[in-house]
Design a binder for this molecule. Structure first.
Ligand code: GLY
Ligand code: MN
Ligand code: MN
Length: 437
Protein backbone atom coordinates (compact mmCIF):
# COMPACT_ATOMS: atom_id res chain seq x y z
CA UNK A 1 0.00 0.00 0.00
CA UNK A 2 2.76 2.38 0.98
CA UNK A 3 4.68 1.82 -2.23
CA UNK A 4 1.57 2.16 -4.35
CA UNK A 5 0.66 5.37 -2.55
CA UNK A 6 4.19 6.73 -2.98
CA UNK A 7 3.95 6.04 -6.73
CA UNK A 8 0.52 7.67 -6.85
CA UNK A 9 1.79 10.83 -5.13
CA UNK A 10 4.90 10.96 -7.31
CA UNK A 11 2.72 10.78 -10.42
CA UNK A 12 0.39 13.51 -9.16
CA UNK A 13 3.35 15.72 -8.29
CA UNK A 14 4.81 15.30 -11.77
CA UNK A 15 1.46 15.85 -13.46
CA UNK A 16 0.84 18.98 -11.40
CA UNK A 17 4.30 20.43 -12.05
CA UNK A 18 3.77 19.89 -15.74
CA UNK A 19 0.29 21.47 -15.61
CA UNK A 20 1.62 24.48 -13.67
CA UNK A 21 4.36 25.18 -16.15
CA UNK A 22 2.02 24.76 -19.13
CA UNK A 23 -0.58 27.08 -17.64
CA UNK A 24 1.84 29.71 -16.34
CA UNK A 25 1.51 29.29 -12.57
CA UNK A 26 4.16 28.82 -9.88
CA UNK A 27 2.16 26.83 -7.34
CA UNK A 28 -1.23 25.23 -6.79
CA UNK A 29 -3.44 25.54 -3.73
CA UNK A 30 -6.34 23.12 -3.34
CA UNK A 31 -9.12 23.76 -0.82
CA UNK A 32 -10.53 20.65 0.86
CA UNK A 33 -13.96 22.28 0.83
CA UNK A 34 -16.21 23.99 3.30
CA UNK A 35 -19.30 23.05 5.25
CA UNK A 36 -22.54 24.53 3.92
CA UNK A 37 -25.60 25.33 5.99
CA UNK A 38 -29.33 25.19 5.37
CA UNK A 39 -30.94 28.58 4.72
CA UNK A 40 -31.73 30.46 7.96
CA UNK A 41 -30.51 27.48 9.93
CA UNK A 42 -27.44 26.20 11.73
CA UNK A 43 -27.64 22.64 10.43
CA UNK A 44 -24.96 21.75 7.89
CA UNK A 45 -25.54 19.73 4.74
CA UNK A 46 -23.44 16.60 4.35
CA UNK A 47 -19.89 17.75 3.68
CA UNK A 48 -18.76 17.17 0.10
CA UNK A 49 -14.97 17.30 -0.25
CA UNK A 50 -13.23 18.79 -3.25
CA UNK A 51 -12.32 15.79 -5.43
CA UNK A 52 -8.98 17.40 -6.33
CA UNK A 53 -8.08 17.32 -2.62
CA UNK A 54 -9.20 13.69 -2.24
CA UNK A 55 -7.02 12.80 -5.20
CA UNK A 56 -3.97 13.38 -3.00
CA UNK A 57 -5.28 12.43 0.40
CA UNK A 58 -7.66 9.86 1.87
CA UNK A 59 -9.33 12.62 3.91
CA UNK A 60 -13.05 12.99 3.30
CA UNK A 61 -14.33 14.72 6.45
CA UNK A 62 -11.85 17.58 6.64
CA UNK A 63 -13.35 20.97 5.75
CA UNK A 64 -11.14 24.10 5.80
CA UNK A 65 -7.89 22.23 5.11
CA UNK A 66 -5.64 23.11 2.17
CA UNK A 67 -2.97 21.54 0.07
CA UNK A 68 -0.13 23.51 -1.48
CA UNK A 69 1.84 21.98 -4.35
CA UNK A 70 5.12 23.60 -5.34
CA UNK A 71 7.57 22.31 -7.96
CA UNK A 72 10.43 20.33 -6.45
CA UNK A 73 9.03 20.48 -2.90
CA UNK A 74 7.11 18.10 -0.70
CA UNK A 75 3.41 19.06 -0.76
CA UNK A 76 2.31 21.14 2.21
CA UNK A 77 -0.89 20.09 3.97
CA UNK A 78 -2.48 22.86 5.99
CA UNK A 79 -4.52 20.72 8.35
CA UNK A 80 -7.53 22.23 10.09
CA UNK A 81 -8.07 20.85 13.54
CA UNK A 82 -10.34 23.18 15.49
CA UNK A 83 -10.80 23.12 19.20
CA UNK A 84 -14.49 22.23 18.96
CA UNK A 85 -16.40 20.67 21.81
CA UNK A 86 -19.66 20.53 19.82
CA UNK A 87 -18.20 18.07 17.32
CA UNK A 88 -15.40 15.58 17.01
CA UNK A 89 -12.62 17.47 15.24
CA UNK A 90 -10.30 15.66 12.79
CA UNK A 91 -7.88 13.45 14.69
CA UNK A 92 -4.13 14.20 14.56
CA UNK A 93 -2.66 13.28 11.17
CA UNK A 94 -1.85 9.58 11.03
CA UNK A 95 -1.74 6.80 8.48
CA UNK A 96 0.16 5.73 5.40
CA UNK A 97 -0.05 9.17 3.81
CA UNK A 98 1.52 11.29 6.54
CA UNK A 99 5.20 10.93 5.57
CA UNK A 100 4.51 12.32 2.11
CA UNK A 101 3.54 15.79 3.34
CA UNK A 102 4.87 18.71 5.26
CA UNK A 103 2.06 19.38 7.69
CA UNK A 104 1.02 22.64 9.33
CA UNK A 105 -1.81 22.37 11.86
CA UNK A 106 -4.22 25.27 12.19
CA UNK A 107 -7.13 25.68 14.60
CA UNK A 108 -8.69 28.73 12.93
CA UNK A 109 -9.71 28.42 9.25
CA UNK A 110 -8.40 31.93 8.48
CA UNK A 111 -4.86 30.92 9.51
CA UNK A 112 -4.48 28.94 6.28
CA UNK A 113 -4.05 32.15 4.28
CA UNK A 114 -0.60 32.86 5.71
CA UNK A 115 0.63 29.45 4.54
CA UNK A 116 -0.72 29.87 1.04
CA UNK A 117 0.57 33.33 0.21
CA UNK A 118 4.00 34.33 -1.10
CA UNK A 119 4.48 31.47 -3.55
CA UNK A 120 4.32 33.50 -6.74
CA UNK A 121 1.50 33.14 -9.25
CA UNK A 122 -0.93 30.88 -7.44
CA UNK A 123 -3.59 28.68 -9.04
CA UNK A 124 -6.33 28.05 -6.49
CA UNK A 125 -8.83 25.24 -6.94
CA UNK A 126 -11.86 25.44 -4.72
CA UNK A 127 -15.44 26.62 -4.41
CA UNK A 128 -15.98 30.38 -4.17
CA UNK A 129 -17.06 30.08 -0.52
CA UNK A 130 -13.65 28.63 0.41
CA UNK A 131 -12.01 32.05 -0.17
CA UNK A 132 -9.78 33.44 2.57
CA UNK A 133 -8.33 36.93 2.88
CA UNK A 134 -5.98 37.25 -0.11
CA UNK A 135 -6.72 33.69 -1.31
CA UNK A 136 -9.56 33.69 -3.81
CA UNK A 137 -10.17 30.52 -5.81
CA UNK A 138 -9.46 31.28 -9.47
CA UNK A 139 -9.97 27.75 -10.85
CA UNK A 140 -7.90 28.35 -13.99
CA UNK A 141 -9.64 26.57 -16.85
CA UNK A 142 -6.52 25.44 -18.66
CA UNK A 143 -4.99 24.01 -15.49
CA UNK A 144 -8.22 22.23 -14.61
CA UNK A 145 -8.31 20.62 -18.06
CA UNK A 146 -4.71 19.49 -17.64
CA UNK A 147 -5.51 17.89 -14.29
CA UNK A 148 -8.96 16.54 -15.03
CA UNK A 149 -8.29 14.79 -18.32
CA UNK A 150 -5.72 12.35 -16.87
CA UNK A 151 -7.80 11.79 -13.74
CA UNK A 152 -9.56 9.13 -15.80
CA UNK A 153 -6.39 7.02 -15.78
CA UNK A 154 -6.25 5.41 -12.38
CA UNK A 155 -2.98 4.62 -10.64
CA UNK A 156 -2.51 1.16 -9.16
CA UNK A 157 -3.15 2.75 -5.73
CA UNK A 158 -6.50 4.07 -6.95
CA UNK A 159 -7.46 0.75 -8.52
CA UNK A 160 -6.79 -0.91 -5.15
CA UNK A 161 -9.15 1.52 -3.39
CA UNK A 162 -11.81 0.90 -6.02
CA UNK A 163 -11.48 -2.88 -5.75
CA UNK A 164 -11.95 -2.51 -1.99
CA UNK A 165 -15.01 -0.28 -2.58
CA UNK A 166 -16.51 -2.99 -4.80
CA UNK A 167 -15.82 -5.66 -2.18
CA UNK A 168 -17.48 -3.57 0.51
CA UNK A 169 -20.58 -2.88 -1.60
CA UNK A 170 -20.87 -6.52 -2.70
CA UNK A 171 -21.38 -7.54 0.95
CA UNK A 172 -24.18 -5.01 1.20
CA UNK A 173 -25.78 -6.23 -2.02
CA UNK A 174 -25.95 -9.83 -0.79
CA UNK A 175 -27.48 -8.73 2.51
CA UNK A 176 -29.97 -6.57 0.62
CA UNK A 177 -30.93 -9.46 -1.66
CA UNK A 178 -31.53 -11.71 1.35
CA UNK A 179 -33.67 -9.05 3.01
CA UNK A 180 -35.72 -8.66 -0.18
CA UNK A 181 -36.19 -12.42 -0.47
CA UNK A 182 -37.45 -12.42 3.15
CA UNK A 183 -40.10 -9.81 2.28
CA UNK A 184 -38.48 -6.76 3.90
CA UNK A 185 -39.53 -3.16 3.21
CA UNK A 186 -37.30 -0.80 1.23
CA UNK A 187 -36.21 0.84 4.47
CA UNK A 188 -35.36 -2.51 6.08
CA UNK A 189 -33.41 -3.51 2.98
CA UNK A 190 -31.52 -0.22 3.04
CA UNK A 191 -30.64 -0.82 6.71
CA UNK A 192 -29.47 -4.35 5.93
CA UNK A 193 -27.21 -2.88 3.24
CA UNK A 194 -25.74 -0.33 5.63
CA UNK A 195 -25.19 -2.92 8.36
CA UNK A 196 -23.35 -5.26 5.98
CA UNK A 197 -21.12 -2.54 4.54
CA UNK A 198 -20.45 -0.83 7.88
CA UNK A 199 -21.46 2.43 6.23
CA UNK A 200 -23.82 5.09 7.47
CA UNK A 201 -25.75 7.24 4.98
CA UNK A 202 -22.98 9.80 5.40
CA UNK A 203 -20.37 7.38 4.02
CA UNK A 204 -22.25 6.36 0.88
CA UNK A 205 -20.84 7.70 -2.39
CA UNK A 206 -24.42 8.50 -3.51
CA UNK A 207 -27.92 8.02 -2.14
CA UNK A 208 -28.87 4.35 -2.29
CA UNK A 209 -31.55 3.48 -4.81
CA UNK A 210 -33.64 0.75 -3.19
CA UNK A 211 -36.81 0.07 -5.15
CA UNK A 212 -39.44 -2.63 -4.97
CA UNK A 213 -41.90 -3.47 -7.76
CA UNK A 214 -42.89 -0.40 -9.82
CA UNK A 215 -40.16 1.63 -8.10
CA UNK A 216 -37.61 -0.38 -10.10
CA UNK A 217 -38.66 1.81 -13.04
CA UNK A 218 -37.69 5.08 -11.33
CA UNK A 219 -34.12 5.65 -12.45
CA UNK A 220 -33.01 7.64 -9.41
CA UNK A 221 -35.72 6.56 -6.95
CA UNK A 222 -34.92 8.62 -3.86
CA UNK A 223 -37.17 7.26 -1.08
CA UNK A 224 -37.23 4.15 1.04
CA UNK A 225 -40.74 3.11 2.00
CA UNK A 226 -40.97 1.97 5.59
CA UNK A 227 -43.92 -0.32 4.80
CA UNK A 228 -43.36 -3.50 2.84
CA UNK A 229 -45.79 -3.86 -0.07
CA UNK A 230 -48.32 -6.67 0.24
CA UNK A 231 -46.41 -8.50 -2.47
CA UNK A 232 -42.72 -8.00 -3.29
CA UNK A 233 -42.22 -9.05 -6.90
CA UNK A 234 -39.00 -7.40 -8.02
CA UNK A 235 -36.17 -5.46 -6.46
CA UNK A 236 -33.63 -3.07 -7.95
CA UNK A 237 -30.77 -1.83 -5.80
CA UNK A 238 -28.20 0.67 -7.04
CA UNK A 239 -25.79 1.16 -4.16
CA UNK A 240 -22.08 1.71 -3.74
CA UNK A 241 -19.46 2.05 -1.07
CA UNK A 242 -16.60 4.40 -0.42
CA UNK A 243 -13.01 3.52 0.50
CA UNK A 244 -10.47 6.28 1.10
CA UNK A 245 -12.56 8.63 -1.01
CA UNK A 246 -13.07 6.24 -3.95
CA UNK A 247 -16.49 4.99 -4.98
CA UNK A 248 -18.07 1.84 -6.25
CA UNK A 249 -21.39 2.01 -8.09
CA UNK A 250 -23.23 -1.29 -8.40
CA UNK A 251 -26.75 -2.28 -9.44
CA UNK A 252 -28.48 -5.61 -9.14
CA UNK A 253 -32.05 -6.60 -9.94
CA UNK A 254 -33.75 -9.57 -8.31
CA UNK A 255 -37.08 -11.27 -8.72
CA UNK A 256 -39.12 -13.16 -6.19
CA UNK A 257 -42.04 -15.25 -7.20
CA UNK A 258 -40.89 -16.62 -10.54
CA UNK A 259 -42.79 -14.54 -13.12
CA UNK A 260 -41.69 -16.24 -16.30
CA UNK A 261 -41.65 -13.23 -18.62
CA UNK A 262 -39.79 -10.99 -16.15
CA UNK A 263 -37.26 -13.71 -15.35
CA UNK A 264 -36.63 -14.22 -19.07
CA UNK A 265 -35.92 -10.50 -19.37
CA UNK A 266 -33.59 -10.64 -16.36
CA UNK A 267 -31.65 -13.55 -17.84
CA UNK A 268 -31.34 -11.85 -21.24
CA UNK A 269 -30.16 -8.62 -19.61
CA UNK A 270 -27.61 -10.51 -17.55
CA UNK A 271 -25.96 -12.09 -20.60
CA UNK A 272 -26.17 -8.88 -22.55
CA UNK A 273 -24.52 -6.95 -19.68
CA UNK A 274 -21.65 -9.44 -19.54
CA UNK A 275 -21.13 -9.14 -23.29
CA UNK A 276 -21.05 -5.34 -22.97
CA UNK A 277 -18.49 -5.53 -20.16
CA UNK A 278 -16.32 -7.53 -22.50
CA UNK A 279 -16.40 -4.62 -24.96
CA UNK A 280 -14.39 -2.50 -22.51
CA UNK A 281 -11.09 -2.69 -24.38
CA UNK A 282 -8.28 -0.21 -24.94
CA UNK A 283 -8.91 1.65 -28.19
CA UNK A 284 -12.70 1.17 -28.15
CA UNK A 285 -14.80 4.31 -28.32
CA UNK A 286 -17.16 4.22 -25.32
CA UNK A 287 -19.88 5.72 -27.54
CA UNK A 288 -19.77 2.50 -29.56
CA UNK A 289 -20.51 0.48 -26.43
CA UNK A 290 -23.52 2.69 -25.81
CA UNK A 291 -24.74 2.14 -29.38
CA UNK A 292 -24.03 -1.58 -29.10
CA UNK A 293 -26.21 -1.58 -25.96
CA UNK A 294 -29.14 -0.28 -27.96
CA UNK A 295 -28.68 -2.97 -30.60
CA UNK A 296 -28.58 -5.68 -27.93
CA UNK A 297 -31.56 -4.22 -26.12
CA UNK A 298 -33.51 -4.05 -29.35
CA UNK A 299 -32.75 -7.70 -30.00
CA UNK A 300 -34.10 -8.59 -26.55
CA UNK A 301 -37.26 -6.51 -27.08
CA UNK A 302 -37.81 -8.16 -30.42
CA UNK A 303 -36.93 -11.74 -29.42
CA UNK A 304 -39.07 -11.60 -26.30
CA UNK A 305 -42.00 -10.22 -28.24
CA UNK A 306 -42.32 -6.90 -26.40
CA UNK A 307 -41.95 -5.01 -29.67
CA UNK A 308 -42.79 -6.79 -32.90
CA UNK A 309 -40.31 -4.99 -35.09
CA UNK A 310 -36.84 -5.96 -36.28
CA UNK A 311 -34.01 -5.07 -33.91
CA UNK A 312 -32.67 -2.65 -36.54
CA UNK A 313 -36.00 -0.85 -36.79
CA UNK A 314 -36.36 -0.69 -33.00
CA UNK A 315 -33.06 1.22 -32.82
CA UNK A 316 -33.68 3.34 -35.90
CA UNK A 317 -37.12 4.43 -34.67
CA UNK A 318 -35.79 5.35 -31.22
CA UNK A 319 -38.00 2.73 -29.57
CA UNK A 320 -35.09 1.24 -27.60
CA UNK A 321 -34.60 4.65 -25.95
CA UNK A 322 -38.11 4.42 -24.48
CA UNK A 323 -37.01 1.29 -22.64
CA UNK A 324 -33.50 2.52 -21.76
CA UNK A 325 -33.56 6.30 -21.40
CA UNK A 326 -30.06 6.65 -19.91
CA UNK A 327 -26.47 6.15 -20.94
CA UNK A 328 -24.61 2.85 -20.69
CA UNK A 329 -22.38 4.31 -17.99
CA UNK A 330 -19.73 6.79 -16.96
CA UNK A 331 -16.28 7.28 -15.52
CA UNK A 332 -15.99 6.24 -11.89
CA UNK A 333 -13.46 7.21 -9.22
CA UNK A 334 -13.32 10.03 -6.71
CA UNK A 335 -16.84 10.95 -7.79
CA UNK A 336 -19.52 8.50 -8.72
CA UNK A 337 -19.86 10.33 -12.03
CA UNK A 338 -16.20 11.18 -12.27
CA UNK A 339 -15.32 14.35 -14.10
CA UNK A 340 -13.84 14.43 -17.59
CA UNK A 341 -16.26 12.17 -19.43
CA UNK A 342 -16.60 14.46 -22.45
CA UNK A 343 -12.98 15.58 -22.84
CA UNK A 344 -11.39 14.87 -26.22
CA UNK A 345 -7.94 15.74 -24.84
CA UNK A 346 -6.33 17.80 -22.08
CA UNK A 347 -7.05 21.14 -23.78
CA UNK A 348 -10.74 21.08 -22.97
CA UNK A 349 -11.89 20.12 -26.47
CA UNK A 350 -15.23 18.31 -26.23
CA UNK A 351 -16.00 14.87 -27.58
CA UNK A 352 -19.68 15.05 -28.60
CA UNK A 353 -22.49 12.69 -27.68
CA UNK A 354 -23.98 10.58 -30.45
CA UNK A 355 -27.02 12.27 -31.97
CA UNK A 356 -30.17 11.44 -29.99
CA UNK A 357 -28.32 10.15 -26.90
CA UNK A 358 -28.36 13.17 -24.62
CA UNK A 359 -27.95 11.29 -21.35
CA UNK A 360 -24.69 9.53 -22.19
CA UNK A 361 -22.03 10.73 -19.72
CA UNK A 362 -18.87 9.37 -21.36
CA UNK A 363 -17.77 9.90 -24.95
CA UNK A 364 -14.05 9.11 -24.73
CA UNK A 365 -11.93 6.42 -26.26
CA UNK A 366 -11.08 3.82 -23.63
CA UNK A 367 -7.50 3.48 -22.44
CA UNK A 368 -5.71 1.37 -19.88
CA UNK A 369 -6.48 2.37 -16.30
CA UNK A 370 -9.87 3.91 -17.00
CA UNK A 371 -12.63 2.65 -14.74
CA UNK A 372 -16.12 2.82 -16.17
CA UNK A 373 -19.51 1.48 -15.26
CA UNK A 374 -21.46 -0.76 -17.60
CA UNK A 375 -25.10 -0.48 -16.62
CA UNK A 376 -27.64 -1.48 -19.24
CA UNK A 377 -31.25 -1.19 -18.19
CA UNK A 378 -34.68 -2.08 -19.53
CA UNK A 379 -37.61 -0.40 -17.84
CA UNK A 380 -41.36 -0.02 -18.11
CA UNK A 381 -41.74 3.68 -17.39
CA UNK A 382 -45.37 4.80 -17.65
CA UNK A 383 -44.65 8.34 -18.83
CA UNK A 384 -42.36 7.15 -21.65
CA UNK A 385 -44.69 4.30 -22.61
CA UNK A 386 -47.42 6.92 -23.02
CA UNK A 387 -45.25 8.58 -25.68
CA UNK A 388 -44.77 5.23 -27.41
CA UNK A 389 -48.50 4.56 -27.30
CA UNK A 390 -49.09 7.87 -29.05
CA UNK A 391 -46.47 7.21 -31.74
CA UNK A 392 -46.69 5.50 -35.10
CA UNK A 393 -44.93 2.46 -33.62
CA UNK A 394 -47.67 1.78 -31.06
CA UNK A 395 -49.21 -1.02 -33.10
CA UNK A 396 -45.96 -3.02 -32.98
CA UNK A 397 -46.00 -3.19 -29.20
CA UNK A 398 -47.53 -6.12 -27.32
CA UNK A 399 -49.34 -3.93 -24.79
CA UNK A 400 -50.81 -6.89 -22.92
CA UNK A 401 -47.27 -8.10 -22.26
CA UNK A 402 -46.20 -4.59 -21.27
CA UNK A 403 -49.11 -4.47 -18.81
CA UNK A 404 -47.99 -7.77 -17.30
CA UNK A 405 -44.42 -6.45 -16.87
CA UNK A 406 -45.29 -2.97 -15.57
CA UNK A 407 -45.71 -4.22 -11.97
CA UNK A 408 -42.07 -5.36 -12.07
CA UNK A 409 -40.72 -1.93 -13.00
CA UNK A 410 -37.59 -2.93 -14.82
CA UNK A 411 -34.07 -4.26 -14.77
CA UNK A 412 -30.65 -2.66 -14.41
CA UNK A 413 -27.37 -4.49 -13.92
CA UNK A 414 -24.27 -2.41 -13.24
CA UNK A 415 -20.63 -3.40 -12.78
CA UNK A 416 -17.46 -1.36 -12.30
CA UNK A 417 -14.95 -2.26 -14.97
CA UNK A 418 -11.29 -1.36 -15.40
CA UNK A 419 -9.86 -1.20 -18.90
CA UNK A 420 -6.56 -3.02 -19.34
CA UNK A 421 -3.78 -2.21 -21.84
CA UNK A 422 -4.51 -5.47 -23.60
CA UNK A 423 -7.15 -8.13 -23.57
CA UNK A 424 -10.22 -8.60 -21.47
CA UNK A 425 -11.14 -6.01 -18.85
CA UNK A 426 -11.06 -6.40 -15.08
CA UNK A 427 -14.56 -6.65 -13.71
CA UNK A 428 -14.04 -5.34 -10.19
CA UNK A 429 -17.63 -5.98 -9.22
CA UNK A 430 -17.92 -9.59 -10.39
CA UNK A 431 -14.53 -10.33 -8.82
CA UNK A 432 -15.83 -8.90 -5.53
CA UNK A 433 -18.97 -11.04 -5.59
CA UNK A 434 -16.94 -14.12 -6.54
CA UNK A 435 -14.65 -13.61 -3.55
CA UNK A 436 -17.66 -13.71 -1.22
CA UNK A 437 -18.90 -17.07 -2.42
N1 GLY B 1 -25.84 5.33 -9.19
C1 GLY B 1 -25.99 6.27 -10.23
C2 GLY B 1 -25.54 5.71 -11.48
O1 GLY B 1 -25.55 4.50 -11.67
O2 GLY B 1 -25.08 6.39 -12.35
MN1 MN C 1 -23.54 4.32 -12.53
MN1 MN D 1 -25.45 3.13 -10.12
Amino acid sequence: MNTLYAQHIAQLQQRTENALSRSGFDALAIASGIEKFAFLDDRPYLFQPNPHFKHWLPLTQHPNSWLLIRPGRKPLLVYYQPDDYWHVPPSPPSGYWVGHFEIAIISDAAEAAAHLQGHGRLAIIGEADAALAGVTPNNPEQLLHLLQYPRAFKSEYELEQMRAASRCAAKGHLAARDAFMAGASELEIHRAYLAATGHTDRDLPYTNIVGLNEHCAVLHYQYQDAMAPSQSRSFLIDAGAQVNGYASDITRTWSRGGHEEFEALLAAMESSQLALVDEVRAGTDYRDIHLSTHRRLAAILSEQGVVKMSAEAIVAEGVSSIFMPHGIGHLLGLQVHDIGGFMADDTGAVSPKPEGHRYLRLTRKLEAGMVVTIEPGLYFIPTLLKQLRASKNAAAVDWAKVDRLLPYGGVRIEDDVACRAEGAPENMTRDAFAALR
